[in-house]
Each structure stands twice: as structure tokens, then as C-alpha cells.
Ligand binder design. Structure first.
Ligand SMILES: *[C@@H]1O[C@H](CO)[C@@H](O)[C@H](O)[C@H]1NC(C)=O
Ligand SMILES: *[C@@H]1O[C@H](CO)[C@@H](O)[C@H](O)[C@H]1NC(C)=O
Ligand SMILES: *[C@@H]1O[C@H](CO)[C@@H](O)[C@H](O)[C@H]1NC(C)=O
Ligand SMILES: *[C@@H]1O[C@H](CO)[C@@H](O)[C@H](O)[C@H]1NC(C)=O
Ligand SMILES: *[C@@H]1O[C@H](CO)[C@@H](O)[C@H](O)[C@H]1NC(C)=O
Ligand SMILES: *[C@@H]1O[C@H](CO)[C@@H](O)[C@H](O)[C@H]1NC(C)=O
Length: 282
């Protein structure tokens, strides 16, 4: 798949032509947050936290939030997998991310890494990061292939993303994720498929704000294209003219599998919209 990658630190924007493999690993080392001393307590705490992340087999919903250490040596970490990633694949992705993040951002007190084309994200810091909404730094990737019916496609993408935002934001503290599709042409049966996800520690309002901020950048970044992904620390959105996500929710065995939805111009799949003890939806 030919793709253009633009890492936008929202100030810095670069275009590199190449393949989708180019966003397999994206990372951000928070240089301004400083570095820790080799063999320090902080390093020891960080290593402990990162190396034990994948041992938490009790977590089946793809969200890992842990802290280790005291006072200025305390490390906080958030690991989040895409909502359709199975628990064992998720742990593998986070484990690989943990190894990679210390290689790419050696001795950094804060770092952020997206792995395997945003199958998972890992963020650690010495500052509080739980429940904090952040839209910077981020990156956008768009496919260089253009749609044939741009007016309808762009409109459908925008409507779909806004609809999915409502579903995802209303998810619970374990998952804020939604996928769905919409008809994307007035002339032929063309669909656009969408995925939106927030870190589930965000409030409903902050999740909406993060997603809306990303959606608002589609016109300047990613119109007329068959596929794009816009990635931020607290959320990401993605659309494509064919299906790219697994429709069966995998991360939450508490949720019964949905019966296949009847053909309809629009269908949402959202783990929490089927059954949940609270009767809420993600
Ligand atoms: C860190 O600790 C290791 C093992 O104790 C030691 O070999 C190494 O020299 C230490 N490095 C620094 C920079 O203190
Ligand atoms: C985590 O990664 C390390 C280093 O690559 C590897 O040795 C270990 O088996 C991995 N653990 C899991 C649970 O994937
Ligand atoms: C898509 O459209 C853009 C802008 O009109 C153009 O520069 C680009 O070459 C087109 N891509 C393809 C694959 O035709
Ligand atoms: C968005 O939701 C509205 C209200 O439920 C619905 O009428 C519309 O068809 C939806 N559009 C898309 C593209 O999902
Ligand atoms: C970690 O996440 C779980 C699940 O969302 C939540 O119940 C818990 O309060 C969070 N812990 C912290 C320290 O934020
Ligand atoms: C596509 O159909 C919708 C609904 O009938 C209409 O509002 C819209 O203007 C049409 N778009 C184009 C580009 O013709």
C-alpha cells in the first residue's frame, strides 16, 4: 500500500513517500522532560514496570495503567491496545513496545511509542498521566490513492467519525472504542469503515474533545484519500474504504459476541453496546 507519512508535531510536518510499514513504529522522546541517571532508582522502577507489564494476564480489555516507586522516582505507565486486539497479542505488542521504547528513547524520563501500525501504544512518565487528555504529539498517515467520489466520501467520513465519537466516548473506564461503516457514494455501493478509540481513563467529555480535535484535522490533512489514520497520545481515528478491523470484540470475554448484524447502510460494532453489567455502551 503506497502511503504518505507525515509526522506532525503539529508544528513540524514532513512528507515521506513509501509504504505503510513506515508507521510500524512511531515514537516521541520528551527531551524537555530530562533524562534519568543510569543505575538510579528511577531506572530500576521503570525497568520493573516495563518488564512486568506483559505479566498482567488478568487484564483482558487491553488497557494497562500502572505505577511503581515513590515520590520523584515514581513512574507511571499507560499501555493501550486497539480494541480488536486479542489479550495475548496485546501483551506481546506491549512487551515489544517496552523493549523498543528504552532503545529509542534511552534514559528519558518520559516517552511515548506506537507499535505495529498503532496496534498498541505505550506511554510512561514521572508525572501524572492517568486521566489526562493530550492531543500532542501526534502523527497522521494517509494513503496516496484517491477516492472516486470525493464529495460523498468526505461527507460520509465526517458523519461516521462524529457518530462513532459519541459511541466511544460513552464507553466505560476499561474501553472507549467504536467501529462502524457508512455508505460513501450516491452512485455505487461503496462503504467507508471507521474506527475511533480513546484511552479509557479519559472522561466522556475529554474523549469527545480528543476525537473531535483529530476529526477537525481531516480536512487539512486527509480528504479525498481512501484511507487515513490520525494518531494522538489520548486517542486515534482511522478510516478506510474496506474493512480493516476485526468485527468480533476480543478483549472482553464478559461481553457476549454479537449476532451477525443484518445488512444495513450503517452498523456499529462496539463491545459495550451489546451487554454489560452497567448497561452502558463504549
Ligand atoms: C551500573 O551498574 C552496573 C552493575 O552494577 C555497573 O556494571 C555499571 O558500571 C554501572 N554504570 C554506571 C554508569 O554507574
Ligand atoms: C517479552 O520480550 C522479551 C524480550 O524480547 C522476551 O524475552 C519475552 O519472552 C517477552 N515476553 C512475553 C510475555 O512476550
Ligand atoms: C491524488 O490526488 C492528489 C491531489 O489532487 C494528486 O497529487 C495525486 O497524484 C493523486 N494520487 C493518485 C494516486 O492519483
Ligand atoms: C449518524 O447518526 C445519525 C443519527 O443517528 C444518522 O441519521 C446518520 O445516518 C449517521 N450517519 C453516519 C454516516 O453514520
Ligand atoms: C486503571 O484502570 C482501571 C480500569 O480502567 C481503573 O479502574 C483504575 O482506577 C485505574 N487506576 C489508576 C491508578 O488510574
Ligand atoms: C448524495 O445524496 C444525499 C442524500 O440524498 C444528498 O444530500 C447529497 O447532496 C448527495 N451528494 C452529491 C454529491 O450529490
Amino acid at each position: 500500500m503506497a502511503a504518505i507519512f507525515c509526522m506532525l508535531a503539529l508544528l513540524l510536518s514532513c512528507l515521506i513517500s513509501g509504504t505503510s510499514a513506515q508507521y510500524n513504529i512511531q515514537y516521541y522522546c520528551y527531551q524537555k522532560k530530562g533524562s534519568y541517571t543510569i543505575n538510579s532508582t528511577f531506572q530500576n522502577n521503570l525497568n520493573t514496570l516495563l518488564s512486568t507489564l506483559s505479566s498482567h494476564t488478568e487484564i483482558n480489555y487491553g488497557f494497562y495503567n500502572f505505577s511503581y516507586g515513590q515520590n520523584s522516582d515514581k513512574v507511571n505507565v499507560i499501555g493501550l491496545c486497539r480494541g480488536d486486539v486479542k489479550p495475548d497479542e496485546c501483551r506481546g505488542c506491549l512487551n515489544d513496545s517496552a523493549v523498543t521504547i528504552t532503545q529509542r528513547c534511552p534514559n528519558q524520563k518520559e516517552a511515548l511509542l506506537w507499535f505495529n501500525s498503532v496496534k498498541c501504544v505505550l506511554h510512561y512518565s514521572n508525572r501524572p498521566i492517568f486521566g489526562v487528555m493530550e492531543t500532542y504529539p501526534g502523527f497522521n498517515v494517509k494513503n496516496t490513492n484517491n477516492v472516486t467520489d470525493p464529495d460523498n466520501f468526505n461527507q460520509a467520513v465526517s458523519n461516521l467519525m462524529r457518530n462513532l465519537t459519541v459511541v466511544a466516548a460513552s464507553g466505560d473506564s476499561r474501553r472507549k472504542y467504536a467501529t462502524g461503516r457508512a455508505i460513501a457514494s450516491n452512485f455505487t455501493t461503496v462503504y467507508v469503515y471507521g474506527l475511533v478509540q480513546c484511552t479509557p481513563d479519559l472522561s466522556e467529555k475529554d474523549c469527545s474533545l480528543c476525537l473531535e480535535s483529530a476529526i477537525s484535522e481531516i480536512p487539512s490533512c486527509c480528504v479525498n484519500t481512501i484511507e487515513s489514520i490520525l494518531v494522538r497520545p489520548s486517542c486515534n481515528i482511522r478510516f478506510r474504504n474496506d474493512i480493516f478491523y476485526d468485527q468480533t470484540p476480543k478483549l472482553d470475554p464478559d461481553v457476549t459476541a454479537p449476532s451477525p448484524s443484518p445488512p444495513s447502510p450503517l452498523s456499529y460494532t462496539s463491545p459495550m453496546s451489546y451487554t454489560s453489567p452497567e448497561g452502558t455502551c463504549f
